[in-house]
Ligand binder design. Structure first.
Ligand SMILES: Nc1ncnc2c1ncn2[C@@H]1O[C@H](COP(=O)(O)OP(=O)(O)OP(=O)(O)O)[C@@H](O)[C@H]1O
Ligand SMILES: [Mg+2]
Length: 357
């Protein structure tokens, strides 16, 4: 899929921008702090009405303004759609072809953008929530039913945790929540396990493309309970065993919200033993892996690689650019300097962006 044109109003440093993109590689070039990542962020925002840089939408609104606006033309095969998002201080409004969407999941299903950003260098060292966010975002794109199950689990957890914070909460009600959690968790754990295996089917290949040498590399999913026969019964008994703990801590201590995965590279855990560069290339390979798992050409994601060339040696940058040009579809690469034959160049300066070719 492609984003052919974007309009920004009061989005971060852009007061007003209208620009068309190339359908293959787009190089977003300019000195520091001119708005390259801001433009890349706007493109990514189309994917789930969420930024990768900030959980606070207010920071996306240009200073001193009340709201920000993004409008984009999305092509998927022969389908043409216009997505618009108005980001207000307290709410956002998403429209597809001018019609307001009832649920954000309508947008999630429609637009798929993968992102690699400088902060991903610490993906394996940071808290598990970032790794779960990767799994959840990738799985939600692959299967809308996953997002439904996940939302249900999160709302059950919220309710149960609220109840746990009350004086003498009803044990019957806590038990009822636990039973529903056990049921919905089975779906999530199964899908997460299967997805990690699919990632492993392409991860060594992607890493080899980046490093130029064969790599042994795999992720290990750490479910709160091993999937398999009688999962729901086993989960129920786990919740029963942990009830006193949960009552004491006033929150649910086990479940899909505590899961994690780790990555082994060259036989070692990359978070504990990997160099900065190894952490970077492993995160990059992981972030690109979902691209190779989408089989339908028209549904292949748009890729955003923010500042990807910095901190990589010249050989790796060259390998990566080969991936961008030979494997990936529409891709946005931000950099202060980079040469890439045949790429559409977008020059960013003074908080404005213009297409050079
Ligand atoms: N809400 C906002 N309103 C106005 N300006 C903003 C807002 N948020 C960020 N900026 C400005 O945007 C600029 C940074 O833009 P951006 O992160 O896109 O830079 P960049 O070109 O990617 O730089 P680098 O090469 O350092 O990564 C900063 O000058 C920052 O002050
Ligand atoms: Mg930047």
């Amino acid at each position: 899929m492609n984003v052919t044109r974007i309009v920004l109003k009061d989005f971060r440093s852009y007061e007003s921008l209208e620009i068309e993109f190339g359908d293959k590689t787009n190089l977003i070039l300019g000195p520091n702090a001119v708005g390259k990542s801001n433009l890349a962020e706007a493109i990514y925002y189309l994917s789930a009405a969420r930024s990768w840089r900030s959980s606070d939408d207010d920071s996306l609104i240009a200073e001193g303004k009340e709201s920000a606006y993004i409008e984009a033309r999305i092509h998927e095969g022969s389908l043409r759609r216009t997505v618009s998002i108005e980001i207000g201080k307290d709410q956002k409004r998403v429209r597809i072809n001018g019609k307001p969407v009832a649920r954000l999941s309508e947008l999630t299903e429609l637009v798929n953008v993968l992102v690699f950003s400088p902060s991903d260098v610490s993906l394996f060292r940071d808290s598990p929530s970032d790794r779960r966010a990767f799994l959840d975002a990738s799985l939600s794109k692959q299967d809308p039913r996953y997002l439904k199950s996940l939302s249900k689990a999160h709302s059950l957890l919220r309710e149960r945790n609220l109840l746990l914070k009350q004086e003498n909460p009803s044990r019957d009600l806590l038990w009822a929540y636990a039973r529903q959690l056990a049921e919905v968790s089975e779906i999530i754990v199964r899908q997460r396990e299967a997805y990690c295996e699919s990632i492993n089917s392409v991860l060594p290949m992607v890493l080899e493309k980046i490093t130029g040498e064969p790599s042994d590399c795999r992720i290990t999913y750490k479910p709160f309970l091993k999937p398999g026969p009688k999962f729901v019964e086993r989960a129920e008994s786990l919740y029963r065993d942990k009830l006193e703990d949960d009552l004491f801590k006033k929150s649910t201590g086990i479940g899909i919200h505590r899961e994690d995965f780790s990555l082994r590279y060259k036989g070692k855990d990359v978070a504990q033993y990997g160099s900065q560069g190894e952490n970077r290339i492993c995160a990059l390979a992981l972030k690109l892996a979902p691209y190779y798992l989408v089989k339908d050409e028209a549904r292949k994601p748009i890729c955003v690689l923010d500042d990807v060339a910095s901190e990589l040696d010249a050989a790796r940058v060259a390998n990566l650019m080969k991936i961008v040009q030979e494997d990936l579809g529409q891709t946005f690469v931000t950099a202060t300097e980079l040469r890439l034959e045949g790429a559409s160049i977008i020059d960013v300066a003074d908080h404005n962006a213009t297409r050079r070719n």
